[in-house]
Write a protein that binds this ligand. Structure first.
Ligand code: 4AD
Ligand code: MG
Length: 477
């Protein structure tokens, strides 16, 4: 039986068989109390082993981290802290864990330490809670879109395009790097490469999702994306998961409505289905924050913050309005921003995003209509010919969580932008054909899945919400 199920049962002396990993063993000469966890829930079951029933040598092997199989009966607990406990009849050691060598001691370890032990960190309360929530959010994403009649589309992981045009791509090749084939001009001959052309890992499934939307109506992707940004921050991964819906006939306003509804749904889903894990993480965050200086602490606890986001409308403002607010803000006037805001055209840095969300509006904020110069080629041009129908959603403590736009559906305008931005039209002939044949208004966005998990779990470093993080200089495990 799974421990989750056992803990919901009454202790009527019924026979129980359970397997799991030992969190702790304490007790006396006469009796041992074993906290056993099998990952099904944050809570462990207490196993009581009377010394008279067991071989002393066996009991000694029941150390933190060892894996055991227990048979016995479930009874109402005599102690406080748990309603039921297992009176063990037989215990089998399935896999021992040498107490001197096992890296996880029954005490609090730092997240940095646990990152180096990523193969074992699932066995801690914090990480098991985070990864159960990661699963719940995955499920919520699919449920949300399925219930709305979207189709999940698997877009390619190996591609020849750089959808975002930022050049942060990982090349994919099976050419012998020591001995590269060259063409007549002395350049690398990619026609000799595996796919007969230059390829890379995808930075986004958007362009292919657009092709799907212009036939299936509403699609979404949910896959890994790869970016060779050399930004070693707490919010960037080199390999992360992105959810990208794409909707035919939707304009930017409908796109924002969808994104807001989607984010609230995912958070609500966790509140309803993962209460125990969230309560644990809420308490954990409170404890972590108590170590900070008062001015660095968040105004809200984790659960309170999640509820707050669900209950309030996101603030919507244009980039021009945001720049005005920022230019006239106290930190800008007092030269407290590392990147001062001078005016139109300035890119928003995370310090600006956090000011708007955490200080000014104290709510999630959606900024629209950015200058064309700081956004990708595919965004729809506004009448002013200076701004595009982009939207970024900014979240408290996270900054940008969603980036999206209404797409340029007019062939001539799209070609114009590609020319200006030096995007190769020949390579994207298939993308352009959707504008040539049966084009229509359409929009979509990308949600950084790990950033959503950070928000829901209160974890402050993105490396702690993905099982095995890939970051510059690190691809272990
Ligand atoms: O804003 P981005 O670059 O948008 C796109 O890729 C569009 N093609 C999406 C679309 O319209 N279909 O990325 C979308 C989101 C960001 O808002 C952020 O949450 C996340 O992806 N993201 C990252 N997450 C972790 N590590 C990174 N290096 C990330 N880069 C972007
Ligand atoms: Mg973005």
């Amino acid at each position: 039986m799974k421990i989750k199920e056992i803990l919901q049962s009454e202790g009527n002396e019924q026979k129980i068989h359970v397997k799991g990993w030992v969190r702790t063993r304490r007790g006396s000469k006469h009796v041992s109390f074993i906290a056993l966890n099998d990952g099904s829930t944050i809570n462990s079951i207490q196993v009581v082993a009377e010394a008279s029933d067991f071989d002393e040598e066996l009991v000694k092997q029941i150390t933190t981290g060892s894996c055991i199989s227990v048979s016995g009966k479930l009874v109402a607990s005599k102690g406080s802290g748990q309603a039921v406990e297992i009176l063990a009849k037989t215990i089998e050691i399935l896999g021992g864990a040498d107490a001197d060598e096992y890296p996880l001691q029954p005490k609090k370890h730092s997240l940095e330490f646990l990152r180096e032990k990523a193969h074992l960190r699932f066995r801690t309360n914090t990480f098991s809670a985070v990864f159960r929530l990661r699963h719940a959010l995955t499920f919520a994403v699919h449920k949300f879109f399925n219930d709305k009649g979207f189709f999940n589309l698997h877009t390619p992981i190996i591609t020849g395009t750089d959808a975002e045009g930022a050049g942060e791509i990982f090349q994919v090749t099976n050419l012998d790097l020591e001995n590269l084939p060259k063409n007549e001009e002395g350049k690398i001959d990619f026609s000799a490469d595996f796919f007969g052309s230059k390829t890379n890992l995808t930075v986004s499934g958007q362009l292919e999702a657009e092709l799907g939307a212009l036939a299936l109506g509403q699609v979404y992707t949910f896959g890994p994306t790869f970016r060779a940004e050399n930004s070693n921050t707490s919010r960037h991964l080199s390999e992360f998961w992105m959810i990208e819906p794409e909707v035919a006939f939707a304009d930017l306003n409908e796109n924002m409505d969808l994104a807001e509804e989607f984010l609230k749904y995912c958070i609500q889903y966790c509140i309803e289905n993962n209460a125990e894990d969230l309560q644990f993480l809420d308490a954990r965050m409170e404890e972590e924050e108590s170590k900070l200086k008062k001015e660095e602490r968040s105004e809200m606890g984790l659960l309170e913050r999640l509820q707050f986001v669900i209950e309030n409308n996101f603030v919507r403002l244009t980039y021009r309005e945001a720049i005005d607010v920022l230019r006239n803000s106290k930190p800008n006037k007092k030269k407290k921003f590392q990147y001062p805001i001078n005016g139109f055209g300035d890119d928003l840095q995370s310090e600006h995003e956090r000011y708007l969300v955490e200080k000014k509006y104290k709510k999630p904020v959606i900024i629209t209509d950015y200058p064309k110069g700081i956004k990708a080629f595919y965004m729809r041009m506004n009448e002013d010919n200076e701004t595009v129908r982009a939207m970024d959603i900014l979240f408290p403590t996270i900054g940008e969580i969603v980036g999206g736009s209404q797409r340029e559906e007019r062939l001539d305008k799209l070609q114009e932008r590609m020319e200006e931005m030096d995007v190769c039209q020949k390579e994207l002939w298939w993308y352009l054909e959707t504008r040539k044949f049966g084009t229509c208004t359409h929009s979509g966005f990308g949600l950084g899945f790990e950033r959503l998990i950070m928000f829901v779990t209160g974890m402050k470093n993105i490396r702690d919400v993905i099982p095995f993080p890939r970051t510059p200089q690190n691809a272990e495990f």
